[in-house]
Design a protein around this ligand. Structure first.
Ligand SMILES: Cc1cc2nc3c(=O)[nH]c(=O)nc-3n(C[C@H](O)[C@H](O)[C@H](O)COP(=O)(O)OP(=O)(O)OC[C@H]3O[C@@H](n4cnc5c(N)ncnc54)[C@H](O)[C@@H]3O)c2cc1C
Length: 557
């Protein structure tokens, strides 16, 4: 078993491949490469569980409108997959295209067809099959619903989550039983040392600090940065021994074009006829999976309106919606994992969600699902909210009981255009190891906001035309912009592209001008669409592993 604590064991010898970070990206890559027989080191800043030292390393200085929360990242084995919701969807065709109305983007140097084989292979890591997203997973619930959307202007996009979500650190733990793969915990990489010859730069070692600030080093033939969307860019900026502006930063591109999926509630649908049944839009659970349809514009509508790919989710308003007691109750029930998982696995028929907290989106992020419960205050909140709790429990347990919904709230998820001003730089505040913490400037642009306003407008017209209801939304007038909560999706910062003048990695994810350094994670996304990113991150990790297997043979001959 090669699971090593770097504070007790000093790394020895030379590795073939050094992967920095043990989140979904790093562990997928390590798993794909393990069978190659190459000597692989995976370096992880945290431990198997949370520690105060590693938690403090998540700090970010925020200077823009969208704030990065510490709980949007986790410094532990498994990375943010220890708290994520596992909601997944592939990117849409339009996301990878060159959309001429995006002034700072030429699209992805890959097509959706290039990505599809890797989405398919990602199924072995726990993701649903690619085919589930073509509408087939939702079909039964859609048929059972009072209405569905399909028009030349808007469409339903499928989102599916494993319920409960899986943790990559637990799921892929057996990699470290392989004789050729070592995992170093408590090993925070603080910079990459490199050497330069006339043509190229080569990384020679990952420079590491322990929680006691003792120095260590790991040398290897190839290095992969898989430290999460923000840290990938930060580590390049901190690696300055051959370039004072940071490794791979000859053209001032590192840290730029940051994106997120800002989210928030805005817009109320007053239904013409109250609905009894709408599981595919309200969200439901079946066979250990949960999911829903989001509403987005058809690709052609986005092209003709020159807008981005944002989407809307339906949140039915029940008499108990937004009750603090129910939120407290759901958190407690979610903590009672064994009972809950047993119950969820038993549900072979459609189980409609009865409160938006059930999907975990907000509960996990805002209230920090990993945090300890304050039992006294939770129980008190539940006691003071008894009428709402009784109604909720009654309808939750009697899932087949009809419940009329007259009003629906819209939950909005935005695509952000990649602009150079949205960027990560180094702040003047230092972390425990004496390194500059990241400073993040992230603001919505006029196009970001106009895209969502247009989606509301078209969607409003559509529901009126089909006599479904009316949309109350004055998004174009409201100030400040209300959709401003980050979604823990840290994208861009080391974007992929053909031209080194406007990107950081090439289509093989190799850093331009650095012969043996690759980047894996959301930071390489040139644009982000509206899909949750981890499915695509894992697909890219599998693709990168295939490339590295071939490339390392070339290096050796
Ligand atoms: C509450 C929450 C809910 C989410 N829900 C979803 C969802 O439903 N669907 C979805 O697709 N995505 C979701 N995400 C985002 C998802 O978790 C990330 O996309 C995914 O974890 C990114 O994987 P990664 O391996 O690139 O980075 P990470 O998971 O961030 O892993 C990076 C790893 O690198 C380590 N590391 C960082 N810096 C260093 C260093 N200097 N030296 C050594 N090691 C280092 C970290 O400790 C960590 O283990 C959610 C995130 C959160 C926080």
């Amino acid at each position: 078993m090669a699971l090593k604590d770097i504070t007790k064991e000093t790394p020895s010898g030379h590795y073939d491949i050094c992967i920095i970070g043990s989140g979904p990206a790093g562990l997928t890559l390590a798993n794909e490469l393990a069978s190659s027989g190459k000597r692989i080191a995976v370096i992880e800043s945290g431990e198997v569980g949370k520690t105060p030292y590693a938690d403090a390393l998540r700090e970010v200085k925020n200077t823009g409108e969208i704030f990065i929360r510490p709980s949007s990242r986790e410094r532990v084995l498994g990375g943010a997959s220890t708290t994520w919701s596992s909601l997944s969807a592939p990117l849409d065709q339009i996301d990878l295209e060159n959309r001429p109305y995006l002034s700072h983007s030429t699209g992805w140097p890959l097509t959706l067809s290039d990505l599809k084989p890797y989405y398919r292979r990602a199924t072995r890591y726990g993701f649903p099959s690619l085919e589930s997203f073509d509408g087939s997973w939702l079909a039964e619930a859609r048929d059972a619903g009072d209405f569905a959307f399909s028009s030349s202007r808007i469409l339903e996009k499928t989102f599916i989550a494993k319920d409960p979500p899986w943790n990559f650190g637990q799921k892929l733990h057996s990699i470290f039983n392989a004789h050729n793969v070592d995992l170093y915990l408590n090993a925070t990489v603080t910079s990459l040392s490199s050497k330069k010859d006339t043509q190229q730069t080569y990384v020679t070692s990952a420079d590491i600090r322990t929680p006691n600030n003792d120095a260590r080093k790991i040398s290897a033939k190839m290095f992969v940065l898989a430290t999460g969307g923000l840290e990938n860019a930060r580590l390049l900026l901190l690696s300055r021994n051959t370039n004072p502006h940071g490794l791979g930063n000859n053209h001032d591109q590192v840290g730029r074009y940051l994106m997120n999926h800002p989210k928030g509630n805005f817009g109320i649908i007053k239904l013409t006829k109250p609905v009894k049944n709408l599981p595919h839009l309200f969200g439901y659970l079946r066979d250990g999976w949960s999911g829903y349809a989001g509403i987005r514009l058809q690709d052609d509508s986005e092209r003709s309106l020159k807008v981005l790919n944002s989407y809307l989710r339906f949140e039915p308003i029940f008499s108990w919606t937004d009750s603090q007691g129910i939120t407290a109750l759901i958190i407690i029930v979610k903590k009672a994992k064994r009972f809950l998982n047993w119950w969820k696995q038993k549900q072979k028929n459609i189980v409609q969600l009865r409160d938006w907290n059930e999907t975990g989106d907000e509960v996990n992020e805002k209230r920090g699902f990993n945090q300890k419960i304050n039992w006294l205050s939770s129980v008190w909140t539940i006691i003071t909210d008894m009428p709402a709790i009784f109604s909720y429990i009654y309808y939750r347990l009697n899932n087949k009981k009809e419940l009329l919904v007259k009003t629906v709230r819209l939950r909005n998820f935005m695509e952000m255009e990649p602009i150079p001003e949205n960027r990560l730089t180094l702040s003047d505040k230092l972390d425990a190891n004496g390194n500059a913490l990241p400073s993040v400037a992230l603001n919505t642009s006029t196009l970001d906001r106009r895209s969502l306003i247009e989606l509301h407008r078209l969607f409003g017209e559509e529901i009126e035309k089909n006599k479904i209801g009316t949309l109350e939304s004055d998004l174009e007038k409201v100030r400040p912009w209300p959709i401003n909560a980050e979604a823990s999706h840290h994208l861009g910062g080391t974007r992929m592209g053909i031209d080194p003048l406007t990107s950081v990695v090439n289509s093989d994810l190799r850093v331009h001008g650095v012969e043996n350094l690759y980047i894996c994670g959301g930071s390489v996304f040139p644009t982000s669409g509206c899909a949750n990113p981890t499915y695509t991150i894992c697909a890219l990790a599998i693709r990168l592993a295939d490339f590295i297997k071939k490339e390392i043979q070339t290096l050796e001959t």
